[in-house]
Design a protein around this ligand. Structure first.
Ligand SMILES: [Cu+2]
Length: 483
């Protein structure tokens, strides 16, 4: 054992010497030397960096040579929306959360101008994980309101890096939204793709509980306890849904630059309905393939790439899944284009599953032609309760109160009580898209309920005659008529 170790050491030593010799020889060849040591890379010309607000990213560096790159960034403290009816005083880089995306290439000489808006209440600074130097630039960039700090650095390592404010209390500055991404492309640039987007997760801590309306103050206690009220993409609930959804066309290749600002939580980043063809693990040079979920540490990043093959809504989530459905970590990538039945056939049939009895197929006709019995209100209520327990309770809850931000209430629901025909359609055909129930917006999906017209009538009668609702009696005829 000892001998083996010894000889291994010797071997390493020989290799080291060999490498040294090769290094000395090749250093005569400038091109090769430059490729291997970014420090020695010559910069050509000077330009101002293009800066973009999320979810957009600046143009790729392509084949451009290393240059002197001027980066202008402004710290702005401002009130913005966290969620419907909830606002928060964010501290930002360039007025957005995350801050502007910075795109550089290896060997660039960056001249960084950090300005702090005169209306700011506090000093700030920036620690860029792409910087080799004390505090990632934090000390050199410390800047009071109404001042500008300038510092320079050379981009030494290609990769995707987080930047953040590092002014005490550091956790609070990050928790208020002071983070973003800086990309250092390798020589020659990343391979071209059709779409590139910038997504960054962050966790927020408010005095009020999730959904509590009004201007919410930062809660230091909850932040210390790591008890997040909001976990979101791009700074707020709905930062990547509705009008903010990402888009792509069938056949396109998509690259997501994904960061995690934290301050506390690690992200299990996943896209529902996709597999990452490539993941640049932790934003570095290691490429992993065929990945379902990639871990993004707080203060870390990853680049994920995939080709979209079929149309539909892909859902970006933190697969610590209550964060997605209850705290906001959910985004949409809307893919449009032709169906591809080879890749995804969709539902092709539905049958009754009844072990022990010979299988019968359910067709639309059969349910429609089923005889309609005249049942008393009491019978309907009893049957309705059974149906409710089996089919609805999981989402709308035993109390009919639903779950905030996920499943709307049926108890005292203005939506339900306003229009019985609409309610019948919801249960018979399912519902997707934005609706408002008792002043709260839901934008989710209720699956079509595979129950007979009679049972739709029973369950809705049960719901209408409970929990303070308007006591409508729904008949099977009414359900049958709904188209
Ligand atoms: Cu700060």
């Amino acid at each position: 054992m000892k001998n083996f170790k010894h000889s291994k050491k010797k071997l390493v030593y020989v290799f080291f010497l060999a490498a040294l010799v090769v290094g000395v020889f090749t250093s005569c060849d400038k091109a090769v030397a430059a490729k291997e040591n970014p420090e020695l890379m010559k910069v050509y010309g000077e330009s101002e960096a293009e800066m973009t607000a999320p979810p957009m990213v600046p143009r790729p560096v392509g084949k451009r040579a290393a240059t002197k790159l001027i980066v202008n960034m402004e710290v702005v403290e401002k009130e913005m929306e966290m969620s419907d009816g909830v606002s928060y005083v964010y501290w930002t880089f360039d007025g957005t959360v995350p801050g502007s995306f910075i795109r550089t290439r290896v060997g660039d000489e960056v001249e960084f101008h950090l300005k702090n808006h005169p209306d700011s209440k506090l000093p700030h600074n920036i620690d860029l994980h792409a910087v080799t130097g004390p505090g990632g630039g934090a000390e050199s960039s410390f800047v009071a309101p109404g001042h500008e700090a300038v510092f320079t650095f050379k981009t030494m390592n290609p990769g995707l890096y987080v930047y953040h404010c590092a002014t005490a209390p550091v956790g609070m500055h990050i928790a208020n939204g002071m983070y973003g991404l800086i990309l250092v492309e390798p020589e020659g640039g990343l391979e071209p793709v059709d779409k590139e987007y910038y997504v960054m997760q962050g966790d927020f801590y408010t005095e009020g509980e999730n959904g509590e309306r009004g201007l919410q103050a930062f809660s230091m206690q909850k932040a210390v306890d790591e008890d997040a009220d909001y976990v979101v993409f791009n700074g707020k609930v709905g930062g990547l849904t509705g009008d903010n959804a990402l888009t792509a066309k069938v056949g396109e290749t998509v690259r997501l630059f994904v960061g995690n600002g934290g301050p506390n939580l690690v992200s299990s980043f996943h896209v529902i309905g996709e597999i990452f063809d490539k993941v640049y693990v932790e934003g570095g040079s290691l490429i992993n393939e065929n990945i379902q979920t990639t871990l993004i540490p707080a203060g870390g990043a990853a680049i994920v790439e995939f080709k979209v093959e079929v149309p539909g809504n892909l859902v970006l989530v933190d697969h610590s899944i209550f964060r997605a459905f209850n705290k906001g970590a959910l985004g949409i990538l809307k893919v449009e284009g032709e169906e591809n039945k080879k890749v995804y056939g969709g539902k092709i049939e539905e049958k009754v599953y009844n072990p022990g009895v010979s299988a019968a197929e359910v067709t639309e006709e059969e349910t429609e032609d089923a005889p309609v019995a005249n049942t008393s209100l009491a019978e309907k209520m009893e049957r309705g309760k059974q149906i409710y327990t089996q089919n609805c309770l999981a989402c709308h809850q035993a109390t009919g109160n639903g779950i905030p931000n996920a499943f709307p209430p049926l108890a005292g629901s203005d939506y339900l009580n306003a229009d019985v025909h609409r309610a019948i359609e919801v249960v018979k055909f399912g519902l997707t898209g934005e609706i408002e129930v008792n002043g709260n917006v839901y934008n989710s999906a209720m699956p079509k309920q595979n129950i007979s017209d009679e049972d739709v009538a029973n369950v809705l009668t049960y719901v209408y005659n409970n929990w303070g609702n308007n006591k409508t009696e729904v008949t099977a005829e009414m359900v049958k008529k709904a188209k």
